[in-house]
Design a protein around this ligand. Structure first.
Ligand code: UD1
Length: 417
């Protein structure tokens, strides 16, 4: 599948943003802990959610979907394996390890291996599960886990505030015996959303969103319903899409406090931002200005998921910008594709040095990963002439019908199947 984009149209108008992928996935994994029905509203219609639903069905859950509401009945869970195929389809399948181990006292997962943005090891996940009493054997790409006597709370200090490890720990110990004190936990809004769902289901999690989280184990969780928060990353990328084209955009159901690190960067480019508690309005200048230096960091720092969309935006900003990636070691694959569109960017170590050009020119490019793929969309919206973006299945993993949202703002974009 491809996108065909005729650049040069200013993107203006009002949109609503989809539910968060990075909240929906761990919340769907959490439903495995509940011997009953969970109703999850505002689940985005993206292929990563399709993959999570297939995994739940594989475990034996009954899953139904009506528009953006997913209902999971996990009364009976019979299987404790995640196959190589499902693991490769979505790396976040590893989030099911904690809940399966907690519920069935055993789990057998295929090792996730590397992915498009780097090695992405899971050593912290496994180390923490061992501290909770799991016996883990890794052999020939298979992770075999057992906790015959059940998991037991412990003190865990993460050497890095990994989002996935924090989520797996929460999922593993909400139903463990005793109390877990997790320090140097990730503080992303999606962790707070996961903890909110678990607490609505009867868990006792205190301090989610702070560095230290205390989890008092409980015997069982009960049915609950939950509304997934708005996707801050998708919201920001639509702001960037309008900004690069000189447009004016309003996003009406966003949580602006989740984007505190992004607004100053957009303001440095010359964009004007107005916000309420639930909406953001952006108007852009005729020519964007360079941003001196942006470094990706764990939340509340500038998100690594916005590194590539920002670099696309800065590729046409006047002057030289420096963007530094501190979270993933190989998140610059999309840059050679941006260069094909006429951008002047060089990578030095973990930094991208972006010399803003006046114009980009449409050509054929390939999406290399989810966010890097959307970075190409942003650049194509500005480029003169037609751009073909191949391999857009990467973009469909996280964006709900991106072409519809962009068309509603005035973009000339078509999906070719
Ligand atoms: C999550 C997000 C992803 C985002 C990332 C960082 C989901 C589904 N995905 O990914 O969109 O880009 O957070 O905000 O929520 N690491 C290890 N060992 C581990 C775990 C992680 O070395 O056991 C390293 C990773 O290789 C990476 C860094 O820690 O360099 C951050 O990874 P982590 O925060 O775990 O990201 P994910 O949960 O995979």
């Amino acid at each position: 599948m491809k996108f065909l984009i005729e650049g040069g149209k200013a993107l203006s108008g009002k949109i609503s943003v989809q539910g968060s992928k990075n909240s929906a996935l761990p919340i769907l994994a959490a439903t495995l802990l509940i011997k009953g029905k969970s109703v999850i509203h505002n689940c985005p219609k993206i292929t990563d959610v399709d993959a999570a639903i297939d995994i739940l069905k594989d475990f034996g859950c009954v899953v139904t979907r009506s528009d953006r509401t997913v209902t999971v009945d996990a009364s009976y869970v019979k299987n404790c394996n995640v196959s190589d195929y499902l693991m490769r389809r979505m790396r976040s399948s590893i989030l099911f390890l904690g809940p399966v181990l907690s519920r069935l006292k055993k789990a057998r997962f295929s090792s996730p291996g590397g992915c498009e943005i780097g090695l992405r090891p899971i050593d912290l996940h496994l180390w923490a599960l061992r501290l909770l009493g799991a016996e883990i054997n890794e052999k020939s790409g298979i992770i075999d886990c057992k906790a015959e006597k059940g998991l037991k709370g412990n003190r865990i200090h993460l050497s890095f505030p990994s989002v996935g490890a924090t989520e797996n720990i929460l999922l593993a110990c909400v139903c463990a015996k005793g109390t877990t004190v997790l320090s140097n936990a990730a503080r992303e809004p999606e962790i707070i959303d996961l903890a909110a769902f678990l607490n609505e289901s009867g868990a006792h999690i205190y301090g989610a969103g702070e560095s230290t989280v205390v989890i008092v184990g409980t015997d069982s969780l009960h049915s609950a319903s939950h509304n997934v928060i708005a996707d801050r990353i998708v919201g920001a990328t639509y702001l960037f899409s309008s900004a690069i084209t000189g447009g004016e955009i309003e996003i009406d159901n966003i949580i602006p406090t989740h984007l505190e690190s992004v607004f100053p960067v957009l303001e440095e480019t010359g964009c004007k931002i107005k916000r309420t508690d639930t909406s953001v309005f952006l108007s852009s200048p005729e020519r964007l200005s360079r941003v001196k230096s942006v470094r990706t960091l764990p939340f509340p720092g500038f998100p690594t998921d916005l590194q590539s969309p920002l670099t696309a935006l800065l590729s046409v900003a006047e002057g030289t910008s420096v963007v530094t990636e501190n979270i993933f070691e190989n998140r610059y694959k999309y840059i050679s594709e941006l260069v094909r569109l006429g951008a002047n960017i060089r990578v030095e170590g973990s930094s991208a040095i972006v010399d803003g050009v006046k114009k980009l020119y449409g050509t054929s490019v390939c999406a290399t990963d989810l966010r890097g793929g959307f970075a190409l969309v942003i650049a194509a919206l500005k480029a003169q002439g037609e751009t073909v973006i191949n391999n857009i299945h990467h973009i469909d993993r996280g964006y709900e019908a991106a072409e519809k949202t962009l068309s509603s703002l005035g973009a000339n974009i078509k999906r070719i199947t």
